[in-house]
Ligand binder design. Structure first.
Ligand SMILES: Cc1cc2nc3c(=O)[nH]c(=O)nc-3n(C[C@H](O)[C@H](O)[C@H](O)COP(=O)(O)OP(=O)(O)OC[C@H]3O[C@@H](n4cnc5c(N)ncnc54)[C@H](O)[C@@H]3O)c2cc1C
Length: 213
């Protein structure tokens, strides 16, 4: 809607833990009349929806859920990008950082953490690729595969970035290195586009057919 539309109000920019390159603010709609020039899609579809609503019929819930299943792999892909960047940075750091006379990667504790990070990233990426392929090829999401991909990718982004901070030790906590920002940026991926709990709800309902709450 154009700025100045009656009933449309924004507020101050909100301060966030991470994702600071993207602005976030509340938008309030109070008895707003939306001009026809702002219509997305065609007028016939809108008229059909309005007629359904006036008859008291519910909107096509499955269409909305399918849209989410299609958009969630794309959000998962973003999360994997953050995880991958943190993993690659930590891997290089571990090969170069010398403590007690040897690169820290020669300690199994560090090398195994990196092995887990890479394994989890690859697992999440495969889930995203599967869901994206299913969406592109119009396969039904019988087990909430779109939600699965976003759930796994978001949780992997959080755990991998946390491990990356740990591998850098004190340096990981400083803004001199990018992993502290990646750690902060990753957390939103278990919250927006449906929280991790809501992804589990979608998957649980899809696999069971039960209306779990
Ligand atoms: C930076 C940022 C960007 C955002 N961008 C967008 C955007 O572009 N578009 C948009 O529409 N929204 C956006 N959001 C909103 C975001 O999608 C919501 O914050 C998110 O869906 C969670 O809703 P909520 O904050 O109301 O939490 P609540 O619904 O209050 O949930 C709080 C907690 O309770 C849990 N919970 C709630 N209900 C259930 C349930 N039935 N079962 C189990 N657990 C439950 C949740 O998982 C969560 O852990 C954004 C938020 C942020 C912070």
């Amino acid at each position: 809607m154009p700025p100045g539309t009656r009933g449309l109000a924004g507020t101050r920019k909100l301060k966030k833990l991470g994702l600071r390159a993207s602005h976030t603010a509340d938008v309030f709609l109070d008895d707003v009349r939306v001009p026809g020039s702002c219509l997305l899609g065609d007028k016939e579809s809108l008229d059909r929806r309005l007629a359904r609503a006036r008859e008291g019929q519910r909107a096509t819930k499955q269409a909305a859920m399918r849209t989410f299943e299609l958009s969630r792999p794309a959000v998962g892909a973003q999360a994997i990008g953050i995880a991958r960047a943190a993993y690659e940075y930590a891997l290089e750091y571990a090969k170069n950082r010398v403590q007690f006379g040897r690169p820290i990667i020669e300690n199994q504790a560090v090398a195994f953490a990196l092995a887990d990070m890479r394994t989890e990233i690859d697992a999440a990426r495969l889930l995203v690729w599967r869901a994206a392929w299913m969406g592109r090829n119009e396969r039904p999401f019988g087990a909430g595969e779109g939600s699965m991909s976003k759930l796994k990718a978001g949780e992997v982004a959080v755990s991998v970035t946390e491990k990356a901070v740990q591998i850098l030790g004190g340096a990981g906590y400083l803004r001199e290195h990018p992993v502290e920002r990646m750690f902060r940026d990753a957390k939103i991926y278990t919250i927006f586009e449906g929280t991790s709990e809501i992804q589990r709800l979608v998957i649980a309902r899809a696999i069971s057919g039960v209306q779990i709450r």
